[in-house]
Ligand binder design. Structure first.
Ligand SMILES: *[C@@H]1O[C@H](CO)[C@@H](O)[C@H](O)[C@H]1NC(C)=O
Ligand SMILES: *[C@@H]1O[C@H](CO)[C@@H](O)[C@H](O)[C@H]1NC(C)=O
Ligand SMILES: *[C@@H]1O[C@H](CO)[C@@H](O)[C@H](O)[C@H]1NC(C)=O
Ligand SMILES: *[C@@H]1O[C@H](CO)[C@@H](O)[C@H](O)[C@H]1NC(C)=O
Ligand SMILES: *[C@@H]1O[C@H](CO)[C@@H](O)[C@H](O)[C@H]1NC(C)=O
Length: 468
């Protein structure tokens, strides 16, 4: 998907135009798109308001027309697309455009991405810079125009969605200035990650995090988003918010109370930018999906984060995890979220990167790093192992996948070791699976826990001993 996904937020505007500007669509696909001009989808995506964008001309700036389109799309009088509307349009595209969908960078594929991910894309497209009340998309495109000294035209946008290497390299140059490391772009990048977390590993994703920091997109500030989509057009029509998609909600899921400023709050695990795509299947039981896509979680109401004030407590001044009600034994409490990273060791026990070059692990010193998956070089499932064809010119590698919550995580990172606090732990880490089937570490109670008690594990046992 590459850049097509990063730019998917823009595809709300460019996508519906595909049957007009992209030649060579099959008859079935053209028929599928004909339905976009009429009906519910036409009104909730404001397809007719796209006409000025289409007539903006291939060689002049599309930004003013696009801004006008966003005003229509994000107006309070514009109904929210319902699931039924979106899924029937998506199935028409799936059935009509089988040929085109074989290419994941084709415009029909991009449109399908929009239909399947309407909520995050609509949120990103309608988000605004709270300082100047401009749409984030407009604001960011203006910045790109100012830096590059070139207009962003309709052709630029479609080339971008089509994965043009030229446009991609221009974008990377603009990224290199650091001027795109804004809250607005962070919000758009956040939406792109929500749609496909593999974006983090793409060349543009790497350029973004290389320039703006590994946590970019996790902390979105200075941006307002439309109120949560309800899926009911009548409610959206009756809404009294002023038109133009005015501020009404803050970005994303807020961290729970007592969350430390210095740590990014996650609602789902993320892949480190360097995480090799070939290792994603190891996180699933077959058949594995093609991309890592955990579902978001919410902070469990049974737990609270509390700053430790008791002077004798080993974690004095730090944080702890407390039961807000009585909890039964053998109960799932919370997933342990963080950044998933891979480490490699060669036959001589040296730490190397995926290409066999000596490296230092960024996670070795972390107190929040847990081991999830370990595969020896002789394991047939190991894509970097003895039976692998991936590795040329260097020996087979042992692989270890860990989850590190040092920089980013959820409340599970505050669970303390029982030593010095209680005579025994009341909880343990277990390997489990998230809602989308991905391997995850979890915190489970081992015995009954009373309201107000601290959740305590033993760091020294079992898999913790296997820490990388
Ligand atoms: C746009 O620019 C291209 C390349 O410079 C040129 O071939 C084309 O004729 C131009 N189109 C219009 C409508 O000016
Ligand atoms: C629409 O679909 C989304 C994603 O599948 C789901 O989370 C949401 O609850 C659905 N909304 C309605 C109103 O059915
Ligand atoms: C782009 O440049 C114009 C003219 O110099 C300026 O008015 C505008 O604020 C700039 N916009 C952004 C987003 O940098
Ligand atoms: C909003 O725009 C101002 C300048 O117009 C810029 O400095 C700021 O970074 C933008 N905010 C976000 C959240 O992008
Ligand atoms: C989020 O951004 C705000 C404002 O820039 C900053 O004060 C805060 O430290 C940031 N938090 C994280 C986790 O980066």
């Amino acid at each position: 998907m590459k850049l097509a996904t990063v730019a998917a937020a823009l595809a709300l505007a460019a996508g519906a135009n595909a049957q007009i500007s992209i030649p060579g669509l099959s008859t079935g696909c053209t028929t599928a798109f004909a339905g976009f001009i009429v009906g519910d989808l036409s009104s909730c995506l404001q397809v007719t308001a796209l006409l000025p964008v289409l007539s903006s001309g291939g060689n002049s700036s599309a930004v003013p027309a696009l801004n006008g389109y966003l005003s229509s799309l994000c107006a309070s009088s514009t109904p929210t697309c319902t699931n039924a509307t979106l899924s029937s349009a998506a199935s028409r595209v799936r059935n009509g455009c089988t040929q085109e969908l074989a290419n994941s960078a084709s415009i029909p594929s991009v449109i399908l991405t929009v239909l399947d991910n309407y909520t995050p894309i609509q949120k990103a497209a309608c988000s605004k810079n709270t300082t100047n009340n401009e749409f984030c998309v407009t604001d960011s495109l203006n910045t790109i125009q100012n830096i590059s000294g070139t207009d962003v035209t309709f052709n630029t946008i479609t080339s971008l969605l089509g994965g043009s290497a030229d446009v991609e390299s221009q974008l990377q140059q603009v990224l290199g200035t650091g001027d795109l490391c804004t809250g607005c772009v962070a919000g758009i990048y956040n939406a792109a990650l929500e749609i496909n977390s593999g974006v983090a590993g793409s060349s543009v994703g790497q350029a973004v995090t290389g320039q703006c920091g590994a946590d970019f997109g996790m902390n979105v500030t200075g941006v307002s988003t439309p109120s949560a989509a309800t899926g009911t057009p009548s409610q959206a029509v009756q809404s009294t918010t002023p038109s133009g998609g005015a501020a009404s909600a803050t970005w994303g899921t807020a961290p729970p109370p007592a969350w430390p400023e210095a740590v990014a709050y996650l609602t789902r695990a993320r892949l480190a930018p360097s995480f090799p795509h070939a290792l994603v299947p190891l996180l699933y039981t077959p058949p594995a999906p093609t991309k890592f896509g955990p579902r978001p979680t919410t902070h469990p109401s049974i737990l609270a984060i509390k700053v430790v004030t008791a002077p004798g407590h080993p974690a004095h001044g730090q944080r702890s995890l407390i039961a807000r009600k009585r909890l039964d034994a053998k109960t799932f409490l919370i997933p342990y979220l963080g950044i998933l990273h891979a480490d490699f060791t060669d036959a001589h026990g040296r730490r190397v990167d995926a290409c066999g070059q000596p490296t230092a692990s960024a996670h070795e010193a972390s107190d929040y790093d847990l081991s999830l998956v370990r595969l020896s070089a002789s394991d047939v499932r190991n894509p970097f192992g003895e039976t692998s064809t991936l590795q040329e010119g260097q020996g087979p590698l042992h692989v270890s996948i860990g989850v590190d919550a040092a920089q980013a995580g959820n409340a599970a990172r505050f669970v303390n070791d029982f030593r010095g606090i209680a005579t025994a732990p009341n909880a343990e880490f277990r390997l489990g699976r998230g809602d989308a089937g991905e391997a995850q570490m979890e915190v489970w109670s081992t015995r009954r826990i009373e309201k107000g008690d601290e959740i305590l594990v033993s760091y020294g046992k079992g898999w913790w001993g296997a820490r990388t």
